[in-house]
Design a protein around this ligand. Structure first.
Ligand code: MG
Length: 391
């Protein structure tokens, strides 16, 4: 089998201007196609990833056997020159391509990808409702009033979830967004965050799990300060309390806060996660299959984490192809913890991008048994966006 054509979709959703998933569809001479997604669906970098995929396709994909995933991954890493330096643009492109190649392998062998990764270790995947500061409803609404955090929690609970995630610090009392939370918090600010969490706890009860998300906004000192709330509300874990530019920051927070620390959505491949595993400063690793290196690399990263007893929650904040990829990996690995269902994954402008609509039932997901990933792009929608093509 040979790769004959590569399409790259740099999606623009008119109803949600900052939502920009990047998909790749790889064609073969046997008529089998595979889809993949680069993990840059939000904020900046998506068109760079789309063009990076195009360059890889031109240099390394056309005429290549799609089953040779290890060799191709190594070539992209080493022969691109920049792959040995790092960064989300090159790794998201490698990830999208690798994911699509595994989709092709599964379809050619008539097997779902999870079976190629080792089989069904986990039958039902416990799932949490993610990012409740944006509400949990048909529209994305930024919440800043504590009572609204309670109402959003009630909506998630009504759908059957028993775990939710929230970033209680990104908005101030007036709804202004803060990208820098490295300054010490005032007692008023701490009380505002506490009131939001208390409203959620009151709505969801003592048995509901709360994941405390920080989006790497705090500095080490404010992360320790917020740890007081993480402990007070018995949060399931404390996500991205600090940035990844200095791994010692995670070590400081994990030493000072008595709660499991989560992170990894901005780490790439085995080399990227190494200091966090060796310093044992992360308890829950959150690799994004669309950034970490596709199935080829993310499976290795999960196994590497397992020797440190680190549990896995794949980071999922993308289009439906990202969800499909996460479900296959999480079904197969022994150290799976919980699946992330982002509020964006419930929105019409995201769901319409693929034919299959992947939604959990009563707080649990099950993986598709169709060959490959079991998901196809909805051409009626994706063809309206920018499309690059290599033959
Ligand atoms: Mg996160």
């Amino acid at each position: 089998m040979k790769i004959t054509r590569v399409e790259i979709f740099d999606i623009h959703c008119p109803k949600r201007p900052v939502w920009t998933p990047v998909f790749v569809r790889i064609h073969t001479d046997e008529g089998i196609t595979g889809v993949g997604e680069a993990g840059l669906a939000y904020d900046l970098g998506h068109s760079a990833a789309a063009h990076m995929i195009k360059e890889f396709a031109e240099e390394m994909l056309i005429g290549w056997d799609p089953f040779q995933t290890e060799l191709l991954w190594s070539r992209m890493l080493r022969e691109s020159f920049w792959g040995l330096g790092g960064g989300p643009v090159i790794y998201s492109a490698m990830s999208a391509i690798d994911t699509a190649l595994w989709d092709i392998k599964g379809k050619a062998l008539n097997l779902p990808v999870y079976l190629l990764l080792g089989g069904k270790h986990n039958d039902k995947l416990r799932t949490y409702a993610s990012q409740l500061q944006f509400d949990w409803d048909k529209e994305v609404t930024k919440l800043f009033n504590p009572d609204d955090y309670g109402t959003a929690t009630e909506k998630a609970i009504a759908e059957g979830y028993d775990a939710v995630k929230v970033d209680p610090i990104v908005y101030d009392k007036d709804g202004n967004t803060h990208f820098d939370r490295t300054k010490l918090f005032t007692r008023d600010e701490m009380n505002l965050f506490r009131a939001r969490l208390q409203a959620m706890r009151d709505a969801g009860g003592e048995n509901m799990d709360i994941i405390f998300e920080c989006h790497s906004l705090p500095g080490a000192t404010t992360a320790v300060q917020l740890g007081e709330l993480v402990e007070e509300f018995n949060c399931l874990y404390y996500e991205e309390p600090v940035n990844y530019l200095n791994s010692k920051l995670h070590k400081k927070v994990s030493d000072r806060v008595n709660a499991p620390i989560a992170g990894g959505e901005r780490l790439y491949n085995r080399w990227g996660v190494r200091p966090y595993l060796e310093e044992q400063s992360v308890d829950v690793l959150q690799p994004d299959i669309g950034l970490c290196g596709g199935f080829t690399e993310t499976k290795k990263v999960c196994d590497y984490a397992d020797i440190y007893d680190v549990r896995i929650q794949a980071h999922v904040c993308g289009g439906p192809v990202a969800t499909a990829a996460a479900l296959h990996l999480e079904t197969a690995i022994p150290n799976f913890l919980i699946h992330e269902h982002h509020t964006y994954a419930t929105k019409e402008w995201n769901r319409e991008l693929c034919i299959e609509d992947l939604q959990p039932e009563n707080g649990f997901f099950t993986v598709s048994d169709k060959p490959g990933l079991g998901i196809e792009l909805n051409d009626d929608v994706v063809m309206k966006s920018t499309r690059l093509e290599v033959k």
